[in-house]
Write a protein that binds this ligand. Sequence first.
Ligand SMILES: C[S@@+](CC[C@H](N)C(=O)[O-])C[C@H]1O[C@@H](n2cnc3c(N)ncnc32)[C@H](O)[C@@H]1O
Ligand SMILES: [Zn+2]
Length: 278
Amino acid sequence: MTNVFLTYFQCPICHTSFHLKDKQLCCENNHSFDLAKEGYYHLLPVQQKNSKMPGDNLAMMQARHAFLAQGFYTPLQKKVVQRCLEEFEEDACVLDLGCGEGYYTKAIQTSFSGDVIGIDVSKVAIRYASKQATDVHFAVASAKSLPLKQNSCDGIIKIFAPFYPESAHRVLKENGKLVSVMPGPLHLQELRAMIYPTVRPHEVESTPAGFQRMFLEQLKTTILLKDDSDLKTLIQMTPFAWKFTPEKIAHATSRLPLEMTLDFYIASYQCSASLGVQ
Ligand SMILES: C[S@@+](CC[C@H](N)C(=O)[O-])C[C@H]1O[C@@H](n2cnc3c(N)ncnc32)[C@H](O)[C@@H]1O
Ligand SMILES: [Zn+2]
């Protein structure tokens, strides 16, 4: 059986191909990377780390996992799979950028027969994801400098994750596609109203350089948060969690049960022949 890491990955330091030495990935210049016991590779060299523990920390990852496990984002997960089935061939190689604990990656893997790869800069997230979705090929790596071969992937998904068009463009095949999820105008407006004097609607993200938008769909729904653990885990997985003082959290929990708007944009983009950047 061919090793998926040899097929798609390259050395994050010198960009040469890998071969296997026992279970280690070794490049032509003898940089070597161990296989973690959970089955992932750590391909983030220190020089690419912008902090000691980059990406989401354990508390953030656990909060997201607890919230997703309640099924609040199941409609979005279904929409993402549906969009990917429309955009990618059934045997496509799909890369999930900033995959977190693998909630969407796992759903993609069960719907496609091709290789599915998950990348995240957070080691705790990848460790967790690897235990959950054993048929996905995970690596700790940065989306900014992907340790993947040029033109190796058919499709990329990125869900609420940072995106570096140049890096993504390099690893996508010529006709590769990107499926992206971003917050819609009113996403979590009730939560944002608790900390901001005026809640400005989110705008659609601009089309990344080197891509052409082919499709845009909005998914808007409301959920009912009944108990304080759901509310607290939701707060903790947002980028504005730090704005919630203990008083604000107490005020929010006093308003339970609380209706909350979920609003998402799901877009697909076609990779253009040229990057379109200087
Ligand atoms: C909001 S979370 C979304 C996770 C997952 N896509 C989901 O929706 O469940 C953003 C993720 O991006 C990761 N991340 C942040 N910077 C990154 C980078 N430069 N490269 C790869 N992943 C990154 C974080 O560690 C985190 O897991
Ligand atoms: Zn190397």
